[in-house]
Design a protein around this ligand. Structure first.
Ligand SMILES: NC(=O)c1ccc[n+]([C@@H]2O[C@H](COP(=O)([O-])OP(=O)(O)OC[C@H]3O[C@@H](n4cnc5c(N)ncnc54)[C@H](OP(=O)(O)O)[C@@H]3O)[C@@H](O)[C@H]2O)c1
Length: 244
């Protein structure tokens, strides 16, 4: 097992990609502290710990770190998978909406990194940030989300360099469109969901969406010792979208 004896904290673990990452890590022997905003996790696993709260609030992030210290001792892997997608024309975006997108996708990631870094074991640790293909390229109506996810990439690269001599690796997975409940719901809001899905698929060289499990495979690689000399890297999992 690739994460045997490792304590891992996963944010955004109550849904979609984060839920798939938790499942992969469980299979590979990690002890898990999961977090999301909903009061209960979507699946019950007796060995998992779950703490609900809002990562935009530094007091909650400090509480999460205190729980990790108390229950796990140290934290060898941190996955930052929480996120908020909002779309709309740039010139019509309110300051409050922009602040929410930047806060939930970027500033809260800074808070998680800041409070969990001191729990890294002496032998080192791995942090994996879940950004987006839109952190690397622009798309109409997604500009604030792009800015936040691009900022997350820069945050991870900076931390990778700053913490390299402490043995803490920091990497990024940049998913393309991935079939999670939030994406499924956005398709269902269209007048013709199947036609809209085909349009989105046609914009991707591999002509299909990712599964949450495919994104989780990449996160697992970057979390595990198999990537021991990789830090500050961005791994697209996007069916060729950003190579096009
Ligand atoms: N799906 C895609 O196509 C896609 C593509 C590229 C990148 N991504 C990124 O991948 C990550 C996961 O996406 P997903 O599709 O799995 O999304 P999702 O199903 O909407 O899950 C988002 C997760 O983040 C949590 N969360 C949101 N805001 C939070 C906050 N302020 N504090 C604490 N937790 C918060 C949610 O908790 P609750 O549900 O409990 O509120 C949930 O667990 C996100 O960072 C997203 O930006 C997704």
């Amino acid at each position: 097992m690739r994460l045997q004896g490792v304590n891992a904290v996963i944010t955004g673990a109550s849904s979609g990609i984060g839920q798939a990452i938790a499942s992969h890590f469980r299979r590979e022997g990690a002890r898990l502290l999961l977090t999301g905003r909903r009061p209960e996790p979507p699946e019950s696993h007796p060995d998992d710990l779950y703490l609900a709260g809002d990562l935009d609030d530094e007091r909650f992030v400090a509480e999460l770190a205190a729980r990790a210290r108390g229950n796990l001792g140290d934290v060898g892997v941190v996955v930052l998978c929480h996120g908020l997608q909002r779309s709309g024309p740039l010139a019509e975006t309110s300051y409050e909406a922009a602040r929410d997108v930047l806060h939930t996708n970027l500033l809260s990631a800074f808070l998680v990194m800041k409070h969990l870094m001191p729990l890294a074991p002496e032998r080192g640790a791995s942090m994996v940030c879940v950004s987006s293909r839109l952190g690397m390229v622009g798309m109409p109506n997604q500009t604030l989300y792009s800015a936040a996810k691009g900022g997350l990439i820069a945050l991870a690269r900076g931390a990778a360099v700053e913490w390299a001599d402490r043995g803490i690796r920091v990497n990024v997975v940049a998913p393309g469109l991935t079939m999670t409940p939030v994406i499924e719901a956005s398709f269902q809001r269209r007048p013709d969901p199947a036609a809209y899905r085909r349009t989105r698929e046609d914009s991707i060289p591999m002509r299909r969406l990712a599964t949450p499990e495919e994104v989780a495979d990449a996160v697992l690689f970057l979390a595990s010792p198999e990537s021991s000399y990789i830090t500050g890297a961005v791994l697209p999992v996007d069916g060729g979208y950003t190579a096009f």
